[in-house]
Design a protein around this ligand. Structure first.
Ligand SMILES: Cc1cc2nc3c(=O)[nH]c(=O)nc-3n(C[C@H](O)[C@H](O)[C@H](O)COP(=O)(O)O)c2cc1C
Length: 191
């Protein structure tokens, strides 16, 4: 069922979107749990699924990763990236153009590392860095004895633009917004 309806005002849409993003974090199996992150290396785009972990008080989005990963190398060179959500039950697509900040070995990573428990910590503690060629699959699972947060990093994504598409049998609704003066300014556009 659509959640953005023809009687909604343009200026109501950003708060509907962000409350839906909060649902994505708090509700199990919500379609916004996973999101597609696109980076651009030189001129080559690369997309991959990641887990959408947190929405900050400033409405920035947090993603966990290994600091040795390709996406981090790319983001260090070009902090512009995009993040794409789709809720197939609601027919709601949201795309954010974002600027990223990488956190490693700081207060934020220390805070959230405490919540990375058990086998999850192995995602950030492999002996060989992500994307290294290996001779067999077991080498890819070898972790350091001390499961510490040395390689644990958080990508903080600050949205600059937001593009919203609500699919609906009653007529699709599409709107674009840009961040302005701590709020969002936008316009409806032809779907
Ligand atoms: C559903 C799903 C969730 C994923 N979540 C993450 C994640 O939160 N962080 C991450 O670094 N990789 C995650 N991955 C793996 C990435 O898609 C990707 O394969 C990996 O991070 C390497 O990407 P890179 O070489 O571009 O850095 C996830 C994959 C899937 C299918």
């Amino acid at each position: 069922m659509p959640i953005i309806l023809p009687n909604h005002k343009l200026e109501e849409i950003p708060s509907i979107v962000f409350s839906e993003l909060r649902n994505g974090i708090s509700r199990k199996k919500h379609p916004f749990k996973n999101v597609v992150l696109t980076t651009v290396n030189e001129k080559t785009p690369m997309s991959r699924w990641v887990v959408f972990r947190k929405l900050t008080l400033e409405n920035n989005l947090l993603i966990y990763t290994d600091s040795r990963s390709e996406k981090i190398k790319t983001l260090r060179k070009n902090s512009n990236c995009g993040i794409l959500f789709y809720n197939n039950k609601q027919g709601l697509q949201i795309y954010f153009r974002t600027v990223s900040t990488i956190h490693q070995n700081n207060e934020l990573t220390k805070k959230y590392w405490q919540g990375v428990v058990g086998t999850s910590s192995e995602n950030y503690t492999t002996i060989y860095p992500p994307s290294s060629p290996i001779n067999n699959i077991y080498e890819g699972h070898k972790t350091e004895k001390d499961l510490n947060d040395k390689h644990f990093s958080i990508i903080e994504l600050c949205p600059i633009n937001m593009s919203v598409l609500q699919l609906s049998r009653d007529g699709h609704i599409r709107a674009n917004f840009s961040k302005a003066n701590n709020g969002w300014e936008g316009t409806f556009i032809v779907p």
